[in-house]
Design a protein around this ligand. Structure first.
Ligand SMILES: *[C@@H]1O[C@H](CO)[C@@H](O)[C@H](O)[C@H]1NC(C)=O
Ligand SMILES: *[C@@H]1O[C@H](CO)[C@@H](O)[C@H](O)[C@H]1NC(C)=O
Ligand SMILES: *[C@@H]1O[C@H](CO)[C@@H](O)[C@H](O)[C@H]1NC(C)=O
Ligand SMILES: *[C@@H]1O[C@H](CO)[C@@H](O)[C@H](O)[C@H]1NC(C)=O
Ligand SMILES: *[C@@H]1O[C@H](CO)[C@@H](O)[C@H](O)[C@H]1NC(C)=O
Ligand SMILES: *[C@@H]1O[C@H](CO)[C@@H](O)[C@H](O)[C@H]1NC(C)=O
Ligand SMILES: *[C@@H]1O[C@H](CO)[C@@H](O)[C@H](O)[C@H]1NC(C)=O
Ligand SMILES: *[C@@H]1O[C@H](CO)[C@@H](O)[C@H](O)[C@H]1NC(C)=O
Ligand SMILES: *[C@@H]1O[C@H](CO)[C@@H](O)[C@H](O)[C@H]1NC(C)=O
Length: 891
């Protein structure tokens, strides 16, 4: 894991680059569109006026109350319950703004709300101008007639909880379950009746903060003849011409019929095209197709690990007959994407994989949830830190999960730059949804707008209608009586197929659409969109969770075509928890520990799974025991997800009893929304859990996977490389009490084709042990890798336990000593250990940064790791905060 990006230096550069180059910059003056930003501090009051304060827009009520010191950190201890009143009250945002005559004399004036959270009635100068009820929509209100010198704008927000409950009460014909979340989530009810982040009413990893606010920007746009409302670019490969084209769609608001000339150009590809523009009054759109010259080699955009991510500038220059001009620019990238579902020899099912630029790609990554309950606090730095962390762990994909939000523009721009593909869900999750006219209309507008907004991003490779709603009907999660099932099936098809799918197919031919996840894909379609078993490993993608099976036993995992969700919980570190808790909370049986756990029996499940292989902490000092418990849950999670991910990667090439050809492994979940136990590999605040450090290795483009199968020890070489290698396995056996390998074997070289999992080593375990002096399963561990010395290629070192560490013989309490040297951007930590140590864990408390290796097996006396700082800190602070733990230290 050497050669890590120097994140501290890169972050500001990357973010500023994106902000300044990737966004559409429309020079509005020349089109005579005058824009007045209404962002800034507004007045905010609650319904009985007991509170009135200043509130930032964009923003939300909770953040405003906290910034005004009216409430504490809402994440602190039990505040999610203490502050429930905020979400039950109604709140009014008010601002005033003055306008010069020129604005008031404009023919058209449109108030643009990029995003209101969620239910509001809006007044300008005391007159009603419109309502909002969908957080995922942009709202434009015509206000030309109402403008004055000084204007008062009120946004009266109604409690989302009250609204959802009212909608539920009004829906009398039949129920639309679930009514409420499980009690353990301490959440609010009927979230499926409101178009708002579904997780804001609580989730099994997150708090209930049904926010209210104006969560995106507000502005006034004044114009005389036309304005552009959207600008969409879609590079497409034209097979007939065997060349690239770029389709450019423009959406207009037109006051008077106008004509003009549009010039499109991609100077880096020497391509240019001139088009006539003719607009009629009203909302109008037009599209042009720019041919990229055939004799130009277009360098393609590749997922991370498969090539570069070249982005090119596309310019659009419009000249209207009246002399108005408009210039805009957008970064574009060239890639194709296909979802392949073809028959497989020796299998009854169908394949399920993504082909990018004609090449099958194994999707490696995780699932993304909202990075904060209060989106106004998701800064560019926080986003970049998370996405860069994903890329550092060799991920090439994130699934933007359907219970959160369509992410902000910067998220997708960063993914474009980093080569992280985005599997984009529509925002429906784990519920049935109403389908009356108003709801459907609102969803249609939401989908239309979001597809338009996100379509230009090369990183977005797939749309998916919802999270787990096909499964919810198929497995009858909500106990629907058999005679009522047809109604719910019909509603399902109406929402996701007749509406969402229809809009997506019409608006976007550049990426595939799936109705749900998990789904059987075309097989689900055949079965009427809800398959008998959407978890069928022979088709489509699978979500798989089992906390009670031994996670080290790969036989318990489904040999699926594509694993889009799987995982295990762990607790975040004490330094993260201590931001929101006090010492009485630091016990696994405290009220706080059960309060933060939103997954039924979650705390017990973690320890039950851990106990299968490790001795649980028994320190008599309660706080040390708490730290150790956190540590062991992270060890358990890391090792479980490692085993499962390695299984999916090694199933890439084989078909066993009709199953296999696995082409995706996205564990649940990348990030956290607050400081609590969850399935994440990155804690709230950006600190990596042990799992994330192990992901760097298990997602490496070339790995050695060791398994036991019927008494044989097998090593598979799994390669995501494009080229072939001759790989040999190096296998070493160590006693738990010695740094010297007892024996060492090397296999013959085996040809491993790029993009395959190939068996390179197989020997009976008993034979290996007998031949290795006195080795036994309990006394020895096997360490191995694969390499092609001629080409200078070597996988990360891997290990296999032949028995549980709880039964390890000879494993001693290691004495780990360290010295630290200051190396500018990073600290150099020299470790010295008295005997082999397992899961060596370096924890620098709350100093932001990452180690270049962590959670490792220390099988040599000396080892050096580097800590890259994400903020300035000094050696003294670092040394004071650095804790080192290994498995043998906790009992
Ligand atoms: C406070 O909010 C209510 C509505 O929630 C509104 O009627 C009232 O005018 C507001 N008061 C002030 C001072 O803005
Ligand atoms: C006004 O509203 C606040 C917040 O909901 C509540 O705590 C308070 O009791 C109310 N005051 C009156 C006089 O109703
Ligand atoms: C909030 O507004 C709704 C709709 O007007 C009303 O039914 C409810 O009583 C109000 N809640 C409060 C706390 O004023
Ligand atoms: C643009 O205007 C033309 C002519 O009125 C109309 O046929 C077309 O549907 C409009 N397009 C859109 C997207 O509104
Ligand atoms: C190839 O592209 C160049 C621009 O780089 C252009 O000048 C030339 O005419 C093109 N040739 C053909 C055969 O299209
Ligand atoms: C198009 O607009 C860009 C500014 O966005 C400008 O640099 C470029 O020169 C213009 N091209 C033409 C042909 O006018
Ligand atoms: C096995 O271990 C025993 C006791 O430690 C030792 O006497 C013997 O020499 C060892 N045998 C081999 C083959 O290493
Ligand atoms: C480990 O480091 C110590 C101290 O620098 C040194 O004395 C020792 O020789 C090193 N051991 C190995 C095996 O390199
Ligand atoms: C903890 O457990 C270990 C192993 O079972 C034992 O050796 C040790 O004495 C125990 N410590 C305490 C404080 O109970």
């Amino acid at each position: 894991m050497s050669g890590l990006i120097q994140l501290s230096g890169l972050l500001p550069v990357l973010v500023s680059l994106l902000v300044f180059t990737l966004f559409l910059k429309v020079n509005c003056e020349s089109l005579r569109v005058s824009v007045v930003s209404l962002n800034g501090v507004w007045a905010l009051n609650n319904s009985n006026n007991s509170l009135s304060l200043g509130a930032s827009v964009p923003g939300c009520v909770h953040t405003a109350l906290q910034n005004n010191n009216i409430i504490q950190d809402p994440y602190y201890r039990f505040n999610d319950l203490a502050y429930r009143w905020i979400s039950l009250d109604n709140w009014t945002y008010t601002t005033s703004f003055s306008l010069a005559d020129s604005f008031r004399e404009s023919r058209r004036a449109v108030l643009v709300f990029e995003g209101v959270d969620t239910v509001s009635t809006i007044y300008l100068n005391g007159l009603f101008i419109g309502k909002t009820d969908n957080m995922f929509q942009r709202y434009d209100f015509e206000v030309a007639e109402l403008l004055k010198d000084v204007n008062i704008l009120n946004v009266v927000l109604m409690s989302a909880v009250t609204y959802a409950s009212e909608r539920r009460q009004a829906h009398t014909a039949y129920s639309v379950p679930p009514e409420c979340p499980p009690a353990v989530q301490k959440g609010e009810c009927h979230v499926n009746f409101i178009r708002k982040a579904q997780s804001s009413f609580s989730w099994d990893w997150g708090p209930s903060f049904p926010t209210l606010g104006i969560w995106k920007g507000v502005r006034l746009e004044c114009f005389e003849s036309i304005r552009i409302t959207s600008f969409v670019t879609s590079p497409k490969y034209d097979i007939a011409l065997s060349s690239w084209t770029v389709e450019v769609e423009l959406f207009f608001d037109v006051v008077v019929a106008s004509k003009g000339i549009v010039l499109l150009s991609v100077p880096q590809l020497h391509s240019e095209g001139k088009f006539q523009l003719s607009l009629v009054p009203g909302k109008n759109s037009t599209s042009f197709v720019l041919q990229i010259s055939q004799n130009i080699t277009v360098d393609l955009w590749w997922p991370f690990g498969h090539g570069q991510q070249p982005l090119k500038e596309l310019f659009i220059n419009i000249s209207m007959e009246g002399g108005e001009k408009l210039h805009a620019k957008r970064m574009i990238a060239f890639r194709t994407v296909e979802l392949v579902q073809d028959p497989i020899p020796d299998s009854t099912g169908l394949s399920f994989y993504l082909r990018i630029n004609g090449q099958p790609i194994f999707l490696k990554g995780s699932n993304w949830i909202p990075a904060h309950a209060f989106q106004d606090q998701v800064t560019a730095d926080r986003l970049a830190q998370l996405l860069i962390s994903a890329q550092m762990a060799n991920m090439n994909v994130l699934r933007v999960w359907g219970g959160g939000i369509y992410e902000q523009d910067l998220f997708y721009s960063l993914c474009d730059q980093l080569g992280i593909m985005v599997w984009q869900d529509f925002m429906f999750a784990c519920a049935l949804y109403p389908t009356e006219q108003g709801f459907i209309q609102s969803v249609r507008e939401e989908v239309t707008q979001q597809v338009r907004r996100l379509k230009s991003h090369p990183s977005v490779i797939l749309w998916s209608g919802n999270n787990e709603n096909e499964a919810a009907i198929a497995a009858n999660w909500f106990f629907i009586a058999p005679d009522e099932r047809p109604r719910y099936l019909k509603d399902y098809v109406h929402l996701y197929v007749d509406n969402i799918r229809e809009i997506v197919l019409q608006a976007d031919s550049t990426r595939p659409f799936l109705a749900s996840s998990p789904t059987n894909g075309v097989e689900s379609v055949k079965e009427g969109w809800v398959a008998k078993n959407p978890y069928d490993p022979n088709y489509g993608d699978v979500h798989f969770y089992n906390y009670f099976h031994d996670c080290w036993d790969w036989r318990t995992f489904p040999r699926t075509r594509f694993a889009s969700e799987y995982g295990f919980q762990s607790w975040p570190s004490l330094s993260t928890l201590s931001k929101v808790s006090v010492s009485v909370d630091w016990d696994f049986s405290s009220n706080f520990s059960s309060h933060r756990q939103h997954h039924e029996l979650g705390n017990q499940q973690m320890l039950i799974q851990a106990k299968l292989h490790y001795i649980l902490p028994n320190n008599t000092d309660p706080i040390q025991r708490y730290r150790d418990n956190i540590y062991i849950t992270q060890v358990m999670q890391a090792q479980c997800v490692k085993t499962q991910t390695e299984f999916y990667r090694r199933c890439r090439s084989d078909i066993v009893e009709g199953r296999g050809h696995t082409m995706g492994a996205l564990y649940w979940q990348l990030n956290d929304i607050w400081q609590a136990p969850s399935w994440s590999s990155i804690e709230f605040g950006g600190k990596w859990k042990m799992l994330h450090y192990l992901a760097v290795r298990f997602f490496d483009p070339l790995i050695a996977v060791g398994v036991e199968d019927n008494g044989d020890f097998l090593i598979y070489a799994v390669s995501d490389r494009n080229r072939d290698f001759i790989l040999k396995a190096t296998v070493k056996f160590y006693y738990w009490n010695s740094f010297t390998p007892q024996c060492s074997l090397e296999s013959e070289g085996t040809k491993v084709k790029g993009g395959t999992a190939t068996l390179v080593f197989a020997r009976p375990v008993s034979e290996l042990l007998t031949n290795c002096k006195n080795c036994t399963r309990e006394a020895c561990v096997v360490i191995f890798d694969v390499s092609d010395p001629e080409n200078g290629v070597r996988s990360p070192s891997n290990y296999l336990f032949l028995s549980s560490p709880r039964d390890a013989e000879g494993l001693q309490k290691p004495k780990i000593k360290f010295t630290v040297e200051d190396g500018g951007d990073r600290f150099k930590v020299n470790l010295h250990c008295s005997s082999p140590a397992l899961f060596v864990w370096l924890d620098a408390e709350d100093i932001p940064g990452i180690f270049d290796d962590n959670g490792f097996l220390m099988m040599s006396e000396n080892y050096t790791v580097f800590f890259t700082k994400w903020r300035l800190t000094n050696l003294k602070e670092f040394v004071a905060k650095l804790h080192i733990t290994s498995l043998r230290d906790i009992y």
